[in-house]
Write a protein that binds this ligand. Structure first.
Ligand code: COI
Length: 357
């Protein structure tokens, strides 16, 4: 292994890359990781040196905070390679800012922009061969932080580890999905942690999603915890509805994640002259619009999936199939193409969202 130093970042490279053994045509999302990872520890009230080292197992005491109290947060981001072999990040500072919002809510320390963004750039630069060109190809980036203090006292950790791992990815879901609207379970509540990317937010979805899958649906559309009428998120994504020619999504709140893909799609939609409304939408609005033939599309939006089309929804034991919309007439497809075009540098980035590595 060779050890280098770059702007205060220590870099320990693998001797032999494992890239030749990876089948990039048949990647299962999030199952293959690049050669290196970034690690930085927080102790005695401050962050230490950023280290880039070979991706591999870590060792923690069984009493470590994260195993018992789940003091853990993460982000999801992507890097893309353009036709000139340049590698680009998409709005990385938005993820950095949201990471710190999650950290605040989970009683964890903020991390500075240099360690997060510059560290990430150094990591991706080292593993840049893992970022593949072409439609649907990206490097999925997973920054996360865990409480590493040893001891089972139920309180915030005093020590933390920040880490970034990267996984070559193609699209997250293949094809359209059927969803079930939540009538009993909730993903978030006012005053809770719904707007953060804390790990428990996702673990709490596993059981209701498993029940929905057993009933024949792939995902759940989450409703507000108090009335189960307001449509808030879909699975691990923000959710959009097209009624007539208006695109509608719920406003962000304490219960709804401020998705980077969500806000980018809203800006792209406006730039294309699509009528956009950010407002609360209830299940009955959806059922009424469906009855009138005005409900044309529902889709989820998130980093992993980009845009995930929904073919129909179930509510109170009844299934509502959405009409077929051709790709040329689909808001989901137009917005996905617009977003991916910017991300992959095929369309001019007039918004200034992309950052070269
Ligand atoms: C993302 O879209 O990046 C997410 O964080 C969702 C994840 C659970 C795959």
């Amino acid at each position: 292994m060779s050890l280098e130093s770059n702007n205060g970042i220590s870099i320990q490279k693998v001797e032999t890359s494992k890239i030749a053994s990876v089948d990039f045509e048949n990647l299962k999302f999030g199952s293959v990781f690049t050669d290196h990872m970034l690690v930085c520890h927080y102790k005695d009230g401050k962050w230490g040196q950023v280290e880039i080292k070979p991706y591999g197992p870590m060792s923690f005491a069984p009493s470590t905070n994260v195993f018992h109290y789940g003091q853990a947060i993460f982000e999801g981001m992507k890097a893309y390679k353009d036709a000139n072999e340049d590698v680009w990040l998409f709005r990385p500072r938005e993820n950095w800012a949201r990471f710190n919002k999650s950290a605040e809510r989970m009683a964890m320390p903020h991390i500075d922009e240099e360690r997060f963004v510059d560290g990430l750039k150094a990591l991706i630069n080292l593993d840049r061969d893992w970022v593949k060109q072409g439609e649907g190809n990206a490097l999925y980036i997973r920054p996360f932080m865990i409480g590493t203090h040893e001891g089972v006292v139920a309180g915030p950790s005093s020590e933390f580890m920040f880490c970034i791992i990267c996984s070559p990815a193609r699209t997250y879901y293949s094809g359209k999905v059927k969803v079930q609207i939540a009538e009993h379970y909730s993903r978030a509540a006012n005053g809770g942690v719904g707007y953060t990317k804390c790990s428990g937010n996702y673990a709490g979805q596993f059981y209701p999603t498993k029940l929905a899958q057993e009933a024949g649906y792939q995902q759940v559309i989450w409703t507000d915890d108090a009335t189960h009428t307001k449509l808030e998120e879909a699975g691990t994504m923000n959710v959009f509805f097209r009624i007539g020619d208006t695109l509608i999504t719920a406003p962000t709140s304490e219960r709804i994640l401020d998705g980077v893909t969500r806000k980018s799609l809203l800006d792209i939609a406006k730039s294309k002259g699509i009528n956009v409304e950010v407002k609360s939408i209830v299940v009955q609005d959806l059922i009424d619009a469906h009855a009138k033939g005005e409900l044309k599309e529902i889709f989820g939006a998130g980093t992993a999936v980009t845009v995930g089309q929904i073919e129909g929804f179930a509510f109170q034991e009844k299934y509502y199939q959405l009409p077929e919309v051709s790709d040329d007439n689909s808001f989901a497809i137009q917005l996905k193409t617009g977003l991916q075009g910017i991300q992959q540098k095929k369309i001019e980035d007039t918004f200034g969202w992309t950052e070269k590595i």
